[in-house]
Design a protein around this ligand. Structure first.
Ligand code: 3HC
Length: 693
């Protein structure tokens, strides 16, 4: 049973125990409803505590998977449960610890009182799924905290901590260390004082107050869901049932909104099933990082933020000192902003142990190399690691484009070598490509995936190829963008077209941010390895002019001192025009639609090849890579999901048209796309049966 009842004298304790997150699935709702009937009929019970047996989660809300089911809604609905609780003649007290989100918080709002541990976080994240709270949340929350705070919570989807919630009246008290004892004592006092159940739906909306919540720079969700949220919170001024009816209408409409369907798909795509038994993972008690540059520092931060003790080595002692200084100043900034306590920061820094020799790393369980992208340098490091590391150690490389198998071949234990491709800044970006070499052993994969989970990364398995999943597709996308510029568009027009299509940033803005020297050196290698995919010359000319991008305040754009805002640069636009002429191209107008269509189709065609080659095993993995690592618009679900939205037959026809014009090798529709289009099957559900790791 997932709902357990315990009795403490005249107080009942109902605990939900449905790992991993107490999602309010059909089964859990049925059990809860039965238990509610039981406790309400129990003679002598004077109050009920509603809580969770899971230490980190009260409830993550409705079971999102059920939203995509067809057929009649299963009874009882969450709305039924909420009404059942609120109508109870005996008081219900929600005892919240960890996350109380969405429908989970709505259950708590239906209780007559809410108590929370200090670490509890309360939120209504439905907007991030293109939805609004659909179990009375839009009506009850404003009655407790006022419409301004309610609107901010519902529109941002961001949870608030217990103390903040308490100051707004959302929580009645913040519990101490012995949460259940405190909750029982609080409830007993409440009963002794003769307080009656307080039904939130019967309250008048709380005074709105001046909310100081910061405006949202990139509001989550869809425009329709934001409109619905604002309207429903506004309707909280009406009698409760009227407001609830408006909420219900909107909720049902949003469930079928394509934007919400894409966002719900994205939620699960970014939580890919891990296809290995956790028991196969080797234990990781200590990790190590080789290299103290930008990536090495970010990876070190990831490790210590997750409490993993880590050794740090760099062949250049000065670089190591600079790395440690950078970590110290990172925490100083966080302390100054009040984001971390001094002692907590010191405890994290204390997890780092700098070492002078690579052989000092020998006892660590996993070592992550993060040095310059140069094969001979990486191979020499792996040789040295092979010579010193203990036999069970995992040897990981953070290469972003080099051949993991070639790196592994420098060791006598290629089965222990794996790619861990972090994205910059590594401590911020959630994406981690876990690259399986041709000889990487299953337990090494399992170890890498289990470490990724500890580091709270979205871990996507990739096979070995140039650029793995993400950069391989990105390079084709950027190449098309650059070809559009060669044909006649200007960089700012391409960037604008892709931002309007929904990307967080345009491709050239990203290129400047990443550093043009990085792309330049990758291209020089690709000219030899893949001469059939030519790049237009102008991009190299910009780099050769010494313009390295944002870090040099001059790249494809120029930048005012201290600003990250790209400015058009006349000299670059002249250089582009001149280079087009040199290449024999007659520049012409290229429209925004043409730019977006070509760039997006470049992603789709490369994605299909990556699936055909089994570099990625699931189309949803490719989507997760682009959503979590490349600012792909969430409302479009990812490149594969977007292909389905366009219609695969249309995609194939567009690819055929492009192939007839130029670069047939690149544009020719992959057989996978043609077959799926013929069978009427979606690309985003495509999955090769996971091979045993
Ligand atoms: N429904 C179904 N599955 C869910 C879920 C939900 N609401 N929330 C999480 N899960 C699943 C995940 O898919 C994952 O499954 P897996 O083990 O098969 O990969 C597992 O639970 C664990 O989730 P996370 O990996 O995300 O675990 P974390 O510990 O990192 O995070 C969390 C926990 C903060 C609770 C996070 O899972 C989360 O934010 N969940 C979604 C919250 C949400 O959006 N709730 C609103 C739902 S809509 C709703 O309630 C409508 C209502 O108003 C009517």
């Amino acid at each position: 049973m997932s709902i357990r009842l315990a009795l403490r004298e005249s107080i009942g304790i109902l605990s939900a125990d449905s790992p991993p997150v107490n999602a309010l699935s059909r089964a859990l709702r049925q059990q809860l409803s039965q238990a509610l009937g039981q406790v309400m009929a129990a003679p002598g019970l004077r109050a009920v505590l509603l809580t969770s047996a899971l230490p980190k989660v009260f409830s993550a809300g409705a079971d999102i998977k059920e939203f995509s089911e067809t057929g009649p809604a299963a009874s009882p609905s969450l709305l039924d449960l909420v009404a059942q609780i609120e109508a109870s003649p005996i008081p219900f007290v929600a005892v919240l610890q960890g996350a109380a989100l969405g429908g989970g918080l709505e259950l708590a709002l239906a209780c007559h009182f809410r108590l929370a541990t200090a670490d509890a976080s309360l939120g209504l994240p439905e907007i991030t799924l293109g939805l609004i709270p659909g179990a009375g949340g839009t009506q009850r929350l404003p009655r407790l905290v006022g419409s301004a705070h309610a609107q901010h919570m519902i529109l941002s989807g961001a949870p608030v901590k217990a103390r903040q919630a308490h100051s707004w009246g959302l929580v009645d008290t913040v519990l101490g260390e012995n949460a259940m004892d405190d909750a029982l004592a609080w409830t007993q006092r409440m009963l002794d004082s003769g307080v009656q159940p307080r039904r939130v739906s019967a309250l008048a909306p709380a005074a709105s107050g001046e909310a100081n919540d910061p405006p949202l720079s990139r509001p989550p969700g869809s425009p329709l869901a934001r409109q619905a949220a604002a309207e429903c919170v506004g309707a909280a001024g009406l009698p409760f049932q009227q407001g609830l009816a408006i909420e219900q209408q909107w909720f049902k409409r949003l469930l079928n909104d394509p934007a919400s369907q894409a966002l719900r798909y994205a939620f699960f795509a970014e939580r890919p099933p891990l296809s290995h038994p956790a028991s196969a993972a080797r234990p990781v008690l200590h990790a190590a990082v080789v290299g103290a540059g930008t990536m090495g520092r970010g990876i070190m931060l990831c490790l210590i933020e997750s409490g993993v003790p880590a050794l740090w080595y760099d062949a250049h002692p000065n670089a190591l000192c600079a790395g440690i200084d950078a970590i110290n100043s990172h925490y100083k900034t966080l302390i100054a902003k009040g984001r971390i306590a001094d002692d907590a920061a010191q405890a994290r820094i204390a997890l780092i142990r700098p070492v002078a020799e690579i052989s000092d790393l020998r006892e660590t369980d996993i070592v992550i190399e993060a040095v310059f992208e140069d094969m001979p340098i990486k191979q020499s490091i792996f040789q040295a690691l092979d010579a010193c590391m203990h036999p069970g150690a995992v040897l990981a490389t953070n290469t972003s484009t080099l051949d993991v198998d070639q790196i592994a071949s420098a060791t006598g234990r290629p089965e222990s070598v794996v790619g861990l491709h972090f994205f910059s800044p590594a401590n911020v970006m959630r994406l981690l490509e876990v690259v399986r070499g041709s000889r990487t052993s299953p337990d090494v994969m399992a170890t890498a995936l289990s470490l990724a989970r500890r580091l709270r990364k979205t871990a996507i398995i990739s096979g070995v190829c140039d650029g793995f999943i993400g950069n391989r597709m990105w390079h084709q996308y950027l190449r098309q963008a650059a070809l559009m510029v060669e044909r006649g568009a200007l960089p700012y027009q391409v960037d604008e077209a892709m931002r309007n299509w929904g990307f967080a940033m345009g491709p050239f803005q990203v290129a400047d941010l990443a550093g043009l020297d990085v792309g330049y050196s990758i291209r020089q290698r690709q000219y030899i390895d893949a001469p059939q995919r030519p790049w237009p010359a102008w991009l190299d000319r910009v780099s050769e002019a010494g313009r390295l991008g944002l870090k040099a305040a001059a790249g494809i754009y120029s930048y005012h001192e201290g600003s990250r805002e790209p400015q058009r640069d006349a000299s670059i636009e002249a250089l582009i025009a001149a280079t087009s002429v040199d290449s024999g191209v007659v520049r012409q107008h290229v429209g925004a639609d043409e730019i977006a269509t070509r760039c997006v189709h470049a992603l789709i065609v490369e994605a299909a090849r990556i699936l055909e080659e089994k570099i990625a095993l699931r189309a949803s993995d490719i989507d997760a890579v682009f959503l979590s690592g490349y600012g792909f618009p969430r409302l479009r679900g990812g490149p594969c999901y977007a292909a389905d939205a366009l219609g695969l037959s249309n995609v194939v026809a567009t690819l055929q048209r492009y192939a007839a014009e130029a670069e047939p090798d690149f544009w020719r529709p992959p057989a996978l796309l043609e077959q799926l289009a013929l069978r009427g099957e979606p690309l985003h559900r495509y999955s090769k049966q996971q091979e045993p790791l």
